[in-house]
Design a protein around this ligand. Sequence first.
Ligand code: ATP
Ligand code: MG
Length: 237
Amino acid sequence: MAEPFLIGENMTGGYGTGADILHSCTLAVEKGEIAVIVGPNGAGKSTAMKAVFGMLNLREGAVRLNGEDITHLTPQARVGKGMGFVPQTSNIFTSLTVEENLEMGAFIRRDDFAETMAQVYDLFPILKQKRLQAAGELSGGQRQQVAVGRALMTQPQVLMLDEPTAGVSPIVMDELFDRIIEVARTGISILMVEQNARQALEIADKGYVLVQGSNGFTDTGQALLANPEVRRSFLGG
Ligand SMILES: Nc1ncnc2c1ncn2[C@@H]1O[C@H](COP(=O)(O)OP(=O)(O)OP(=O)(O)O)[C@@H](O)[C@H]1O
Ligand SMILES: [Mg+2]
């Protein structure tokens, strides 16, 4: 089988000199597909995302993007290679306006990013309306849109989202998922952690259940939703 577009393979490591959090953990996503990571609090989902983005020193394992070994690249260098990351917390500049946040997102670009900004505003029309307002004045769902929009400003090939629907209502969650599907249809790969496991697995091509830093279950989203053991232990029955 061909290599996935992005893969963090057999990742083992932790923070600083502390104990390992990840134990031979593997995550991957294909071009234009959606891969979803679910699992209990503290399972290491955010840690695994950070590892894929280069924010963790791996003791073992490798990260490859489009066949290239990027294991030792800095996060900024990975952005240059086409990766975008929206972390779980502190993912926007609250004192800056919406538009300034998007401009900050384009930090590595030397070309004209006006067209990309227009695309972000097409995807999230509310942001255009509020573009001159401080991002900190926005609702939770709107802030998440700013965070996703900011990451899109570098025109990534892979978008990594850590709990993009955290703290938003079910309706806003559905809308955000629709926008994420729209992004994936443009050919961008999505690697996403989600607390709303059922709904996220519904839209997932591939799903990963992480348990204590290891791969508990890996399958298509639909197969995980149908798996009695996954349902009982991780999806509330
Ligand atoms: N910066 C850090 N330094 C040291 N340990 C950390 C750090 N961040 C997380 N950990 C530890 O790593 C483990 C996994 O945490 P992580 O944040 O990856 O879990 P998670 O699956 O994302 O949880 P949640 O669903 O609550 O977001 C936890 O035991 C946590 O205490
Ligand atoms: Mg987390």
